[in-house]
Write a protein that binds this ligand. Sequence first.
Ligand SMILES: Nc1ncnc2c1ncn2[C@@H]1O[C@H](COP(=O)(O)OP(=O)(O)OP(=O)(O)O)[C@@H](O)[C@H]1O
Ligand SMILES: [Mg+2]
Length: 292
Amino acid sequence: MRRLLKSGIRRIAGADEHQNETLQPTLPRGQRNATVVAVAAQKGGVGKTTTSVNLASALVRNHGLRVLLMDVDPQGHVYTAIKKQVHPGGGALSSILTDERGGREVMEIVADTVLDGLDVTPCDPRLSGAEDLLGTRIGKEFILRDALQITRTHYDVVVIDCPPNLGNLTLNALVASDFVLVPCDPSPLAVNGVDALIGTVSTIANRLNPNIDILGLLMTRVDGRNTTLNQTVRSQLEAAYGEVMLDVDIGINNSLSQAQMAGLDIFEFDPRSRGAKQYTKLASMVNELLNG
Ligand SMILES: Nc1ncnc2c1ncn2[C@@H]1O[C@H](COP(=O)(O)OP(=O)(O)OP(=O)(O)O)[C@@H](O)[C@H]1O
Ligand SMILES: [Mg+2]
């Protein structure tokens, strides 16, 4: 029985070797080595997409970086937010993540944009079904990391906009990432959400991705009029995560939501707005942290 099993294993392994030969990635390696940044928060509506889009855009516009903006959220809000700036083309990320044969690369499905240096993954509602399918695959946490192996050699930074939960897609994003940027709005429940995410990141650091680190905690949608609530939340966060709180806040700014509705980044929609200035500052800080 053991002999039969062994020869069976040799046969299956042989078949796999052969299959790998035919699945050698055809994409050429680039000369870069991207830092991968996941923008993640368990809580919905805290500005993950707004931050991902405008951070990615500012890194291209002001720092001359080549950036891939990935949308792993089935809601597809990245595309909605900058649809006027995305060229037609690209494909479905879900087809890369659920391809049983493996060896596929995210780069195969990206679309380019009006900004030279910014590529995006198009919106893909089938990511929702992919989330369930991922759960059934062996090594399910590493699928996105593997699909970025060659892709990341073509970019300086990969920014991943995550869905508002800690499911398989967020897990894949975190395992593929070097850093996590955590947006947090000044609401009473914000601190719980940050605790849950940082707990998940430290479990991932212990078990799946020892390289992951927190890039920073970013206060978003700060309402200048509600100073008492702002101060309460800020002091709770500072007590727990003072070291990683970023020295820039994103205030409530209607231009940011209007830009999203118009399908343009804030720098195209209203470059003189407060939102544009604050995201410019954030990108400079992130650029320094990534280089330091
Ligand atoms: N600083 C801001 N000022 C005003 N409106 C904002 C600001 N940031 C985000 N918004 C608006 O708030 C809403 C939620 O923002 P966004 O989509 O970025 O959050 P999210 O965390 O990605 O949400 P989800 O959890 O659904 O993915 C959007 O309508 C957006 O335009
Ligand atoms: Mg979003």
